[in-house]
Design a protein around this ligand. Structure first.
Ligand code: FES
Length: 630
C-alpha cells in the first residue's frame, strides 16, 4: 500500500502541497518553500513557530501545552515543529511567524578608497595577423593588453580554445575581461564600460547585495532578502546542528542561501537594467558559519570545543562552482576570517570604520545574531564574539518578532502612560529588538522592573526596594495595573488585545526581561573584558561605533539606560549602519585592500571570552541594570 499523504494549504498565500502522513507542519512548510520562523530549529523551546489551525486542530502536544498559553491553545494556535500532519488541513501563518519583509539595513559608512578593482575590462585594437606578423592569437592578445599597461596576464586554456574564432568574430577589436591576472572572457569593444561587481553581506538573518559599477565605483543598485536558512534555526549553532542531524543538511542550507543570492542578483540587474553576465566578480563577507556553508566547507568543528573552523583564509572560487548566476567565468572572493566566531563580517566592519588606521581608542559593536566587538587602535586590535543577538532580533521573546510591519519599535514613558510606536504605524503585532530595549528601559524608569530584573506590579510594585527614579518612589497606578499574571509568570501589557492586529495582547514578560539581561549582559561583559585585556578604562574610549541593522535603529540613551553600552556621553556614540556590507563594497572596489584584510585576519587578537575564568563573574555583574541616572 502506498504512503498516506494529506493536503496542506498554507494561508495567507494559499500555497498547497501534499505531505506524507506524520511529517511536522514545519517540515512541510520548509518543503513548500514557505518560510516560517523557527528560532530554536524545531526543538520546541522557543515558541517562535506558532501557527493557527482554524478547523479541527490536532490536540496540543505536551510541548505546545508548556510553551503556549491556555488562551492561545483555545484560539487553535499550535507549534508548527511539534504538530504532525495526520489529515488534510489549512494552516494560517500569523504575521509574527512569517520570515521575510523585515526592515533590512543596507546603508553603511564606506570610506572612500581609490578605485582599483580586481576586475578590469579593457578594449584593445590588435593588429590582424599577416605573414610578417605570425604571432599566435594568445600572444597577440597578451601583447596588446601589455601595451595597455596590463602586463603579466595569463590565458586559461578554456579561453584559448575559443580565442581564434572569437578574435576574428570581433575583428581583432575585443574588450578583454581580466580578473586578477587571468583573462577570462572577450566581449565586444563597445561593451567595455559594462563591467560590474556585486558585494554581498551574508548575515545569519539577512542578506544584502550591492551592485557596483567597476568602471566608476558607483553603487548601481542594492537589494536584500531574509536569509531563508532561518527556517532551520535562527542562530548559527542551530544550523550547524541541523547539518549534523540531516544527511543533506549542509547541501540544503547551501542551496537556500545561493537561491536567495541569485534572487538578489536578478533584482539588482533589473533595477540597474543590466544583464547578470556583466557581473564578473562577487565579494562576500559573512560570519564563519555563513562563509563555510556558502563555500560548502565542513561546519562541525565551529560549534564544538576547541572551536576550529575548516579555513580562515580568503578564497577565490569560480562563480559556477557555487551556482551563482553571474558571468559563468566570474569569480567569488570570500574575505578572510579572524576566528571561529569572529568572521569576515568583522573584517568588513574594521575596514569600513578604519579602526586599524586610527590612533584613538575606539570600540565597534556589531549586534547581529551574535554580538561582535572590536576594540583598539592602529597598533593593537582585539575582537570577541558574544552570544547576544537572537533576543534583540525578536527570538526567544514571548511576543518577539523581526523588525517588520506592526512591530513595536519604540516605547516611551510619558508621565503615567506608555507611548508606543510601530513600524509603518500599523496596529501592534509584536515587539522587535529596539522596542524590546525601549520597553525594558521604560519599565526600569517607571520602577516596574528592578535593577536585578524583577518585574513587580500592582500591590507588589510598592514593595520594590531597589533604587528607582520616580520621585515619589511609587509606581504609577495606571502602569502598575498593567502588570498581570500570564500563564504562571508575570507580564506587562504593552498593548491590549483590542489594540492589536492579532487579537492577542502584546506583553513583555518576566522571562523576556531575563533574556534581555542575558543578551545585554553578554555584550557588556565582553566590553569590560576587552577593556581589561587592553589595559584601558571606559572613559578612555573616544568613540563607540554601533554597526548592524539593530544598532542603527537603537536609541543610544536607551542602550545606556539598560547598560548595553558602557557609561559614556551619548555624543561619543556613532551609528555606522551596515558596516560589514560597506567593507564588502570596499573589497570589491580595491583589490589592494584584500592584503589589508589578510593582515587583519592574522593580526587582530581574538579574545575567547568563555575560556577566561573571570568571564562568569563579569557576566553576572553585567546582568544587573544600571542605577537610573538623574
Ligand atoms: Fe518550534 Fe522553536 S518551538 S521552532
Amino acid at each position: 500500500m502506498g504512503e498516506r499523504v494529506h493536503r496542506v494549504v498554507f494561508e495567507p498565500d494559499g500555497r498547497t502541497l501534499f505531505v506524507p502522513d506524520g511529517q511536522t507542519i514545519l517540515e512541510a512548510a520548509q518543503r513548500a518553500g514557505v518560510h516560517l520562523n523557527a528560532p530554536c530549529g524545531g526543538k520546541g523551546t522557543c515558541s517562535g513557530c506558532r501557527v493557527i489551525i482554524p478547523h479541527d486542530p490536532p490536540p496540543p502536544t505536551e510541548t505546545c501545552l508548556r510553551e503556549l498559553s491556555g488562551e492561545e491553545i483555545r484560539r487553535h494556535l499550535r507549534l508548527a515543529c511539534q504538530v504532525r500532519v495526520r489529515g488534510d488541513m489549512r494552516v494560517v501563518i500569523p504575521e509574527e511567524t512569517r520570515l521575510g519583509d523585515q526592515r533590512i539595513l543596507t546603508e553603511g559608512v564606506a570610506r572612500a578608497v581609490p578605485l582599483a578593482p580586481n576586475v578590469r575590462k579593457v578594449a584593445v585594437h590588435l593588429p590582424s595577423p599577416s605573414v610578417q606578423d605570425q604571432r599566435a592569437d594568445g600572444e597577440r592578445l597578451l601583447d596588446g593588453l601589455a601595451d595597455e599597461g596590463l602586463a603579466d596576464l595569463r590565458l586559461d586554456v578554456k579561453v584559448i580554445r575559443e580565442l581564434p574564432a572569437r578574435l576574428r568574430d570581433l575583428e581583432f577589436h575585443p574588450a578583454a575581461v581580466v580578473i586578477g591576472r587571468d583573462v577570462v572572457h572577450l566581449d565586444r569593444a563597445t561593451s567595455a564600460d559594462a563591467c560590474y561587481g556585486i558585494a554581498f553581506d551574508v548575515g545569519t538573518t539577512t542578506l544584502v547585495g550591492y551592485l557596483v559599477d567597476l568602471t566608476t565605483g558607483r553603487q548601481a543598485a542594492v537589494a536584500s532578502r531574509a536569509n531563508p536558512q532561518a527556517a532551520y534555526g535562527d542562530d548559527v549553532i542551530a544550523r550547524i546542528e541541523f547539518c549534523g542531524r540531516q544527511r543533506d543538511g549542509a547541501r540544503t542550507l547551501h542551496g537556500l542561501v545561493v537561491g536567495a543570492l541569485n534572487e538578489i542578483i536578478a533584482e539588482v540587474c533589473r533595477k540597474a537594467a543590466i544583464r547578470p553576465s556583466v557581473i564578473y566578480e562577487a565579494t562576500v563577507v559573512g560570519n564563519t558559519t555563513m562563509n563555510h556553508l556558502l563555500l560548502r566547507l565542513p561546519v562541525e568543528g565551529i560549534a564544538r570545543a576547541p572551536f576550529v573552523a575548516a579555513s580562515a583564509s580568503a578564497h577565490e572560487v569560480p562563480s559556477k562552482d557555487l551556482g551563482l548566476r553571474m558571468h559563468p567565468r566570474g569569480r567569488v572572493y570570500t574575505a578572510p576570517l579572524i576566528a571561529s566566531f569572529v568572521g569576515a563580517d568583522t573584517v568588513g566592519v574594521i575596514l569600513a570604520t578604519g579602526l586599524h588606521e586610527d590612533d584613538r581608542l575606539r570600540l565597534a559593536i556589531d549586534i547581529g545574531t551574535n554580538g561582535e566587538i572590536v576594540l583598539g587602535t592602529r597598533s593593537r586590535l582585539l575582537a570577541c564574539s558574544t552570544a547576544a543577538g537572537p533576543a534583540f532580533e525578536g527570538a526567544r521573546i514571548r511576543y518577539g518578532m523581526r523588525a517588520a510591519t506592526g512591530a513595536i519599535d519604540r516605547v516611551d514613558l510619558e508621565g503615567e502612560r506608555l507611548a508606543l510606536h510601530t513600524i509603518d504605524d500599523a496596529p501592534p503585532v509584536g515587539l522587535c529588538g529596539t522596542g524590546l530595549i525601549d520597553a525594558v528601559a521604560a519599565l526600569l524608569e517607571a520602577g516596574i522592573v528592578s535593577r536585578s530584573g524583577l518585574m513587580r506590579g500592582g500591590a507588589g510594585a510598592a514593595a520594590v526596594t531597589e533604587p528607582r527614579p520616580s520621585e515619589s518612589g511609587a509606581v504609577a497606578p495606571a502602569l502598575a495595573q498593567r502588570v498581570v499574571g500570564a500563564d504562571g509568570e508575570t507580564g506587562f501589557i504593552l498593548a491590549g488585545a483590542d489594540e492589536t492586529q492579532t487579537g492577542h495582547p502584546v506583553l513583555l514578560t518576566q522571562r523576556d526581561v531575563r533574556e534581555v539581561q542575558l543578551a545585554k549582559g553578554a555584550i557588556a561583559a565582553g566590553i569590560v573584558m576587552m577593556l581589561e585585556e587592553f589595559g584601558a578604562r571606559v572613559q578612555d574610549v573616544q568613540e563607540v561605533l554601533l554597526a548592524g541593522a539593530f544598532g542603527n535603529y537603537l536609541r543610544p540613551e536607551r542602550a545606556l539606560a539598560i547598560g548595553l553600552l558602557p557609561p559614556l556621553p551619548t555624543a561619543r556614540v556613532r551609528f555606522v549602519g551596515n558596516a560589514a556590507g560597506a567593507g564588502a563594497r570596499m573589497l570589491l572596489a580595491s583589490r589592494g585592500l584584500r592584503r589589508v584584510a589578510d593582515d587583519l585576519s592574522r593580526g587582530v587578537e581574538h579574545v575567547e571570552l568563555s575560556q577566561r575564568p573571570e568571564f562568569q563573574a563579569r557576566f553576572a555583574e553585567a546582568m544587573f541594570f544600571p542605577v537610573p541616572g538623574p
